[in-house]
Design a protein around this ligand. Structure first.
Ligand SMILES: Cc1cc2nc3c(=O)[nH]c(=O)nc-3n(C[C@H](O)[C@H](O)[C@H](O)COP(=O)(O)O)c2cc1C
Length: 185
């Protein structure tokens, strides 16, 4: 699948078939993370693959009640929990090298979106899930100090029709030469 087509067609999937993910597809998803760019190639990502039903249910409980991704945690055969080694991205000798602090959220965003796009190309669905109690997830999964839990991503074969949510127009976020709206877009 063409990259732009994957970007255009990928949607957040919140309903899944129970079918397991074939090993070769799973390996391709992990390869998509492995190949992501990162700050000075520091590759701060680590992922925990959760396919145990009880653990998935425990993870679902860490989300606030209104989170629309909750049902996906019992349906999807796999939850990828994206973690980051802190003090690497955007850092020099463990200290932030810019005024933006630790860049792990940025590098994780790139790597995990790689996974989501690759999944779409392989006929799999995903949804980025960020609204949860990360401290509780750390306790459930016994994540070590210095490692941040960033996101959880259900992965599986989609079981829903999707609609494309509205996006801003290009002219509403592009500026020309200075912070001034471009008139020719
Ligand atoms: C960082 C991040 C966190 C998100 N957290 C959640 C979440 O907690 N629950 C959920 O259902 N969707 C979550 N989403 C999915 C967004 O709601 C979704 O991407 C957005 O509505 C656009 O829809 P689309 O992905 O189909 O284009 C998250 C997306 C991102 C990028």
């Amino acid at each position: 699948m063409d990259v732009l087509q994957a970007i255009r067609e990928r949607r957040s999937i919140r309903k899944y078939k129970p079918d397991p993910i074939p090993k070769d597809k799973l390996m391709q998803l992990l390869e998509a993370i492995r190949l992501a760019p990162s700050w000075a190639n520091t590759q701060c990502w680590e992922v925990i693959l959760v396919d145990d039903s009880q653990t998935k249910e425990a993870l679902a409980q860490t989300m606030p009640p209104g989170n629309p991704a909750i049902p996906a945690f019992s349906q999807a055969p796999l939850i990828v929990v994206g973690c980051a080694q802190q003090g690497r991205a955007g850092c020099f000798k463990g200290q932030p090298a810019t005024d933006k602090g630790d860049w792990y959220m940025f590098d994780m965003g790139i790597a995990l979106q790689n996974l989501c796009l690759a999944a779409h190309g392989l006929g799999l669905g995903t949804v980025h899930v960020g609204a949860f109690n990360a401290q509780k997830v750390k306790e459930i999964l016994k994540v070590h100090e210095g490692i941040a839990v960033v996101e959880m991503i259900p992965v599986g074969f989609p079981d829903q029709e999707t609609k494309t949510p509205a996006r801003k127009e290009i002219k509403d976020f592009v500026f020309s030469n200075e912070y001034k709206r471009s008139t020719d877009l």
